[in-house]
Design a binder for this molecule. Sequence first.
Ligand SMILES: [Zn+2]
Length: 118
Amino acid sequence: MKAEDEKYCVECGQAIHVKAEVCPFCGVRQPIFYANQPFQQQNRSLQDDRWLPALLFCVFLGSFGAHRFYLGQIGTAVIQLVTLGGCGIWWLIDLIMIVVGKYKDADGQYIKSPINNN
Ligand SMILES: [Zn+2]
């Protein structure tokens, strides 16, 4: 049974302290999402831990290309910075893409969204 102050490790499924960042049983770092959901559910919906920072960067500093700098897309980040987020339009498109999980990082990997988990 899982106590109130415990969660399940995403890797080995052991009950660990809810605030534990690293599992003491297997040493795997825990994601920030789904901290209190059962093990099987966690595995099915495991998220990209870059999604929330990328979203926040985009919301608050998106017109300066902050999310692109964060995701390693320096080239387009500089262009976005100079054009102030493509006059807001480019910024808006990026924001929507991040929210729905269709945004790709510098390596072409999707930044998976917990909202639309395809
Ligand atoms: Zn573990």
